[in-house]
Design a protein around this ligand. Structure first.
Ligand SMILES: Cc1cc2nc3c(=O)[nH]c(=O)nc-3n(C[C@H](O)[C@H](O)[C@H](O)COP(=O)(O)OP(=O)(O)OC[C@H]3O[C@@H](n4cnc5c(N)ncnc54)[C@H](O)[C@@H]3O)c2cc1C
Length: 400
């Protein structure tokens, strides 16, 4: 019987194990350093687990070799991943933008069906068991985990990346692969918060609004997204911000430009003139009452140099013009991005040129495979990263 060892029992490791064990002439052992399996998975999608996206396309994925992830994803598109989960008993629902969630609305259901599927005679899961080192042997591999030495004919690295370190993201996978001769690209946190100069965000903490966010260097737009923006005490969060954060990592001198009004400046200005006339006795810094959430409206006024204490009718045309401009471009200096602790995904990873996309087997070490976030593939926000984890895990689990 062939012995398969998988290091990491997260999303991709579980998919690989279940797939690999479908052939009963294989014995599959999965090592998990944390006390329980799927800890990160339980926290995904704010506890709802956005497990895939039916609109997944090449543009949603990043990495040094786009064609590598495209080949793997083509073998296991979202529909096939959903078939895999339906086979495990999971019922799902598709929401806006093709985002798929468990019908139960609980990430726990995804972990539960995977755990149940791992309860097979030829699968053994060892939790609280961290792989510390790996060596090639005449036939296969020897992995040291505490006092144990585990031997395997074939080895799958499914250790994930170093993002989400509070939920178990570590460097182990890169180090183990490196000890076997593999190299990696630079790593940086992606799908994370933007830190901004503290003047405004702190006062706006907790405000969530739909809008457009642009990342600017001078007048050059480096990235632009529409969607959810959330103000935190350190800066900006939310889906739209997550998606542009990869362009801010390691950069300086950038600005985040926010716009919560889907109208040209002239239309905003005309509306302000009408407001001044209609609600002239209102305190000037409340002129956006009903147009924006009150704290945001007052903050935009402050940004445009308009304070309270005078009636709206005292506002001059140039002041209203400045406010209209601020409504279309509320700019905050970006001071950095949040680190790996809070990032949802690691950009960069093991060099994909060193793996065969048809099998995910190493081109350097026969019998070694890698899958999931550990590889230099990362996706946008919206179920794309888990889609990659499942697709690559299933592919690696074929063990062709
Ligand atoms: C807060 C948060 C929310 C997210 N939400 C979403 C979402 O809704 N949709 C989406 O698509 N993506 C989401 N992601 C990203 C997604 O969770 C990851 O991309 C995905 O889990 C990666 O799968 P993986 O198998 O490669 O790694 P992981 O799921 O991280 O699994 C790797 C496992 O390997 C184990 N391990 C590491 N080293 C060792 C070792 N030496 N020995 C033994 N075990 C080891 C780890 O403990 C871990 O359990 C989210 C991430 C975070 C942090």
């Amino acid at each position: 019987m062939e012995n398969i060892l998988i290091i990491g029992c997260g999303a991709s490791g579980m998919a690989a194990a279940i797939h690999a064990a479908e052939r009963t002439d294989r014995r599959v052992t999965v090592l998990e350093r944390q006390a329980r399996v799927g800890k990160k998975l339980s926290a995904t999608g704010n506890g709802r687990c956005n497990l895939t996206n039916l609109e997944a396309a090449d543009r949603n994925y990043h990495g040094e070799q786009p064609e590598f992830s495209a080949a793997v994803r083509a073998a296991y598109p979202p529909e096939q991943v959903l078939e895999f989960f339906a086979g495990l008993g999971l019922r799902t629902v598709t929401e806006y933008g093709g985002r798929v969630y468990p019908l139960s609305d609980s990430a726990g259901s995804v972990v539960d069906v995977l755990r149940l599927a791992l309860e097979k005679e030829n699968i053994e899961v060892l939790t609280g068991c961290a792989a510390e080192s790996v060596q090639r042997e005449a036939k296969g591999f020897a992995v040291k985990a505490g006092e144990r030495i585990l031997r395997a004919d074939r080895l799958i690295l499914a250790c994930g990346g170093c993002a989400g370190s509070r939920l178990g993201g570590v460097m182990d996978g890169y180090d183990l692969a490196n000890s076997l001769g593999h190299s990696r690209t630079a790593l940086y946190p992606a799908l994370t918060q933007l830190r901004t100069a503290p003047d405004y965000p702190r006062a706006l903490k907790g405000i969530r609004a739909d809008g457009r966010v642009r990342l600017l260097r001078g007048s050059t737009v480096l990235a632009e997204r529409r969607g959810d923006v959330l103000f935190t005490d350190a800066g900006l969060s939310g889906t739209a911000v997550f998606e542009i954060s990869r362009h801010a990592a390691g950069q300086s001198g950038l600005m985040a430009e926010l716009c919560f009004f889907d109208e040209p400046e002239e239309a905003l200005y005309a509306d302000l003139l009408a407001r001044r006339q209609r609600w002239g006795s209102l305190e000037a810094n409340r002129i956006l009452t009903g147009a924006a959430q009150s704290r945001l409206g007052q903050m935009l006024c402050k940004y445009a140099g308009i304070s309270g204490g005078i009636p709206a009718r005292a506002l001059t045309d140039p002041q209203l013009r400045t406010l209209a401009r601020a409504m279309g471009a509320f700019c905050l200096p970006v001071t950095g991005v949040s680190g790996f602790e809070t990032a949802q995904v690691t950009a960069g990873g093991l060099r994909t040129a060193e793996f065969d996309p048809e099998t995910l087997e190493s081109r350097i070490v026969p019998g070694l495979y890698a899958c999931g976030e550990l590889l230099d593939v990362d996706g946008d926000c919206g179920g794309f990263n888990l889609q990659w984890a499942w697709a690559s895990g299933l592919r690696a689990g074929e063990l062709r």
